[in-house]
Design a protein around this ligand. Sequence first.
Ligand SMILES: C[S@@+](CC[C@H](N)C(=O)[O-])C[C@H]1O[C@@H](n2cnc3c(N)ncnc32)[C@H](O)[C@@H]1O
Length: 223
Amino acid sequence: MFSTIARRYDLLNHLLSGNTDKRWRRIVASRVGEKLASNASEAKQILDVACGTGDLALTLFETTGVTVVATDFCRPMLQIAAGKVPRCIKLIEGDALSLPFLDRSFEGATIAFGLRNLASVEDGLSELFRILRPQGWLAVLEFSRPTNPLFRALFGLYFTKVLPLLGGVISGSKSAYNYLPDSVQKFPDQRELLLLMERAGFVEVTYENLTGGIAALHMARRP
Ligand SMILES: C[S@@+](CC[C@H](N)C(=O)[O-])C[C@H]1O[C@@H](n2cnc3c(N)ncnc32)[C@H](O)[C@@H]1O
């Protein structure tokens, strides 16, 4: 599915969100930067999982100045990323459910709009836990539930009616943009995701709602 939409993925992200996606990624990068700055370790590395076309990896690198490695299992997405990110950001083909990295390799890990797409959210969280060093930080950016009922209803109309129509026409893949609202509906809400992260072993799990809860950023530390 991601191979078929790779070419139009960035255009649609920016268009359908009115560029809000860029702001959300900048918030992720700045939160991760703050957390890593408080860690004592010298040589820091961040892994961006399910990196897609590389926008978050690039923002992380530009914001934190830390070494960034990015991974995804979809080659056409990685090929687009390769045309955008500097060569010092290593792009590695790999499955988020079986990451090609040793245990305890990274001080930071991020996954943006990726966790929802995995066959198992729990297994994805375990893998993210495994590759983080003790005291390392995880950031999960995902679509979530707007908190205000009126806003939720209005956004729901846009997300389930307008977005699939526009996304389908522009990307040429109707199913991918029908899948998006369906997958968000099935994904845990803010509180449920926090509990899943705690169950995976993370501590200091917190979340902040972005744009009224359309998306949420969960931060957590490996003890
Ligand atoms: C919605 S895109 C998000 C891309 C990027 N993180 C962003 O913020 O735009 C989801 C990405 O997850 C990747 N993905 C889905 N399941 C995966 C898996 N099991 N392993 C690695 N990547 C996966 C897809 O290939 C796709 O690039």
